[in-house]
Design a protein around this ligand. Structure first.
Ligand code: A3P
Length: 257
């Protein structure tokens, strides 16, 4: 894939705040308004480069192009490495990712089997979950950050201070917004607002592929929900694994706010 200077890639491990950041970016690009972009499915607005199910011709898209991806760094188009194009990488503490993913599995009609919490925990920890290894994903992007023109963001910092996060993202994409526009974006990107106006966020998420009777795409939107799901011993085993896998990195993971 040919990369252009003004390309923007939003990269996440699944359930880490993709839709949230897409909403923020769509608002930033339109100075606080969606201007009709809510009627365009996210797969069309910010197409996934790996699940190009509608066979979009990426090369014929006008700049600036906006893409989403769940790919590990080593599968991304090579030119991105030479600092052409920009990457926003959002990561979230893996325990909350896992809990969110567990609930997501239940509402995803493509997942035909019923998966128990214990099985998913085991698959996730042994890096065999269908969405790939969280540890590899985050480690890969984090340790190769110098190769890219990249903004690293965490779900937790967005949760803690959405205003500063929106400012940071808008600066990174070189869009200067006044205070009023920033305030509007912050308001429209809160969990409650997005949940109440799900259709205005993205029709795709609200009524296209997910079985809304079995769960919600915007489920709880909090930091630390893992405590309601993991037993004390499951959490201790997870902590040990986390230390083994990630302990050598200076990366800070926020487990609770
Ligand atoms: P939960 O299942 O923990 O609620 P993704 O878009 O990458 O699949 O991530 C989905 C997760 O992001 C869900 O987490 C969802 O609720 C959360 N999310 C989406 N919009 C959010 C917002 N405005 N504020 C906080 N969390 C949000």
């Amino acid at each position: 894939m040919e990369i252009r200077d003004r390309d923007l890639f939003l990269v996440t491990y699944p359930r880490s705040g993709t839709i949230w950041t897409q909403q923020i970016l769509s608002l930033i690009f339109n100075e606080g308004y969606r201007n009709g972009t809510e009627n365009i499915y996210s797969i069309e607005r910010a197409p996934s480069i790996e699940y190009n199910i509608d066979n979009y011709d990426f090369n014929s898209r006008p700049s600036p192009r906006f893409f989403s991806s769940h790919l590990p760094y080593y599968l991304m188009p090579r030119d991105l490495k030479f600092r052409m194009g920009k990457v926003i990488y959002v990561y979230r503490n893996p325990k909350d990712v896992l809990v969110s993913y567990y609930h997501f599995c239940k509402m995803n009609p493509r997942i035909k089997y019923t998966i128990t919490w214990e099985t998913l925990l085991d698959l996730f920890m042994s890096e065999r979950a269908s969405i790939g290894s969280w540890f590899d994903h985050v480690r890969g992007w984090y340790t190769h950050k110098e190769d890219y023109s990249i903004l690293l963001m965490t779900y937790e910092e967005m949760k803690k201070d959405l205003h500063s996060s929106v400012l940071k993202i808008s600066k990174f994409v070189d869009i200067n917004l006044d205070d009023k526009a920033i305030d509007t974006i912050v308001k429209k990107a809160t969990f409650n607002n997005m949940k109440q106006n799900l259709l205005a966020i993205d029709k795709f998420v609200s009524n296209y592929i997910f079985d809304q009777t079995k769960g919600e795409f915007l489920r709880k939107g909090i930091v630390g929900d893992w405590k309601n799901m993991m037993t004390v011993s499951q959490s201790a085993i997870f902590n040990k694994l986390y230390k083994e896998k990630m302990g050598d990195l200076p990366i800070k993971i926020v487990w609770d706010l």
